[in-house]
Write a protein that binds this ligand. Sequence first.
Ligand code: SAH
Length: 671
Amino acid sequence: MKTFCGRANPTTGAMEWLEEDENYDYHQEIARSRYADMLHDKDRNVKYYQGIRAAVGRVKERGEKAIVLDIGTGTGLLSMMAASAGADFCYAIEVFKPMANAAVKIVEKNGFRDKIKVINKHSTEVTVGPDGDMQCRANILVTELFDTELIGEGALPTYEHAHKYLVQEGCEAVPHRATVYVQLVESKRMWSWNKLFPVHVECEEGEKIIVSPSAMENCPGVPSVCDIQLNQMPSSDFTILSDVATMFSVDFSKPVRSASTSYRVQLEPVKSGKAQIVLSWWDIDMDPSGTINCTMAPYWVKSTSALQWRDHWMQCVYFLPNEEPVVQGEEVSLIACRDEYSVWYKLQKAREEENKAAVCIESPVCRCQAHLLWNRPRFGQLNDQNRTRQYTKSLMKVLTTDSVCLSISDGSLLPVLAHCLGAKQFFKANHLEDKIKIIEARPELLTSSHLEDKKISLLVGEPFFTTSLLPWHNLYFWYARTAVASHLTSSVTVLPQSASLHMMIVEFQDLWRIRSPCGTCEGFDVQTMDDMIKNSLNFRESKEAEPHPLWEYPCKSLSDPQEVLTFDFRDTVPEHSLSTEGSVKLLRKGKSHGAVLWMEYHLVADISVTTGLMQISNEKGNCEWNPHCKQAVYFFSSVIESETLSDLPSAVTYAINFNTKTGEISMDFKL
Ligand code: SAH
């Protein structure tokens, strides 16, 4: 079956109807899923296996039959581990139909047909009894329902229900318990993801400062979790204010309560500073004694040799509602509140503690609107003084006192910057009502009355649009520029004057795992899963690039960066496609995992900003990426390893096409 889905094209802005196969969503879900990453997570797999063996052993020792309930079986992996460990029977529950089907195939292929029953249901729909899905309650409960925040995927209500209806009292659980840890830090870098700092504008009369309204300053932001690869955050980017503390734990072998609650820990600051951020991660003990432990602790907490790279579990950054000064040695209490699916934090000074009972504070809700408009990387970008300086310098070059300016970008500070620099006439922006006029119209619906019958002499954009996922989606600026062409003077200045698409071949330290087949996992054949992912990746004829924030995913360059396409914003979008072909030489030995692509904007003739590569930092080719932007990654379907530079392929050939009608970039690489 085909369905038509309406959407605004992120690049061209045009409303379009896409004919989507009904399976499109599920292919997307599988293609972009974390199953491969989980199967590559050796540390996790080994520890689950150890924990499962131990649990089956304890049940057998008591002379009981081992009946396993595996909630969220995915590929069936944990059930197959249990069956191999001697479990008498496993009920493997999986709600996602394509996965449940895959589990059936994988279980059969590995010869566990008689031991494992795959049930395609949500666990809360599972029935127990002679005619039920399960003959009897299980005495071993195995799950892997955790996200980076531990409870965000609904582990608590699932456990609560399972203990009430699906498992025996006193059952064994793998994992046995989870513990959430916290550490209080000060970090300008991370704080800049949630607050707008004063923006310093250097203009001719000296420095002006743009400050955010107080509603914004006091706004706690949005409740969505901020999960990052904390191991990529250099220790110079934050100051530790407290030791690591245990915030709360959950014993999965006992009835679990999912209802909202709060926890409190006393922290004695090890340093004076501004408490801004709570860093948090968890670990799971696979057995009651805690000897089999799988931890997400970051590099400064545990030895680097014990670090397992994984993308399905990372670490959390929580923003305190306001920054609070803390003094070394003067205790403060940190309060964690949670509902069924999320956690948030608050700091309390000793003197405020009379109020101990009333701690269940509300989850953060953005009151200032800014956090709804700007996501965390965008806050970071707007707070980047270096970037602001580039835009200021560029604006100063093109602004004149009689410029009539139009800004096209989402939630942009450009109009305010330009106003500080002396622009008199500015359209579209915020509360400088008399100087800046906000026009609530799409570019193609702009009329001369919106512009008070004036012609635009300066068109500016960052460009940035909230609908952009891939770097080139911000080319929407070009389409908008084309749509407003009739309102521009013949000598209009467009800033940026052009953009270019850049490309480089890289070897990833770890990110390759998320798209790489597993073959076998702990001795079980999971190739069915590999095939399924491959099939979903190929579901659309053209393979697509995917966005990743590469500052979190180290890689080294194997080629020089190369400019592959340019887009001249001084002209309108051409009718014909823009395409290019060529080859890039491989300069370093390594595995060519894929190509990274990003945009650079040429604001004025001699000032450019990059949304991708900042620099190649050493002779090994380690790359430094713009920390506020996602880059596009195109994974090659086969990895070419060049051990020495002579047994090449010494070059990768490419063909890249920008279809100006659809706004899509298609690419093809040959090694
Ligand atoms: N157990 C597998 C897969 C874990 S991923 C492994 O460890 O490799 C979690 C899986 O649980 C997903 O496939 C998801 O669809 C499924 N799931 C989550 N909550 C569920 C529930 N309450 N009932 C059934 N399946 C669930």
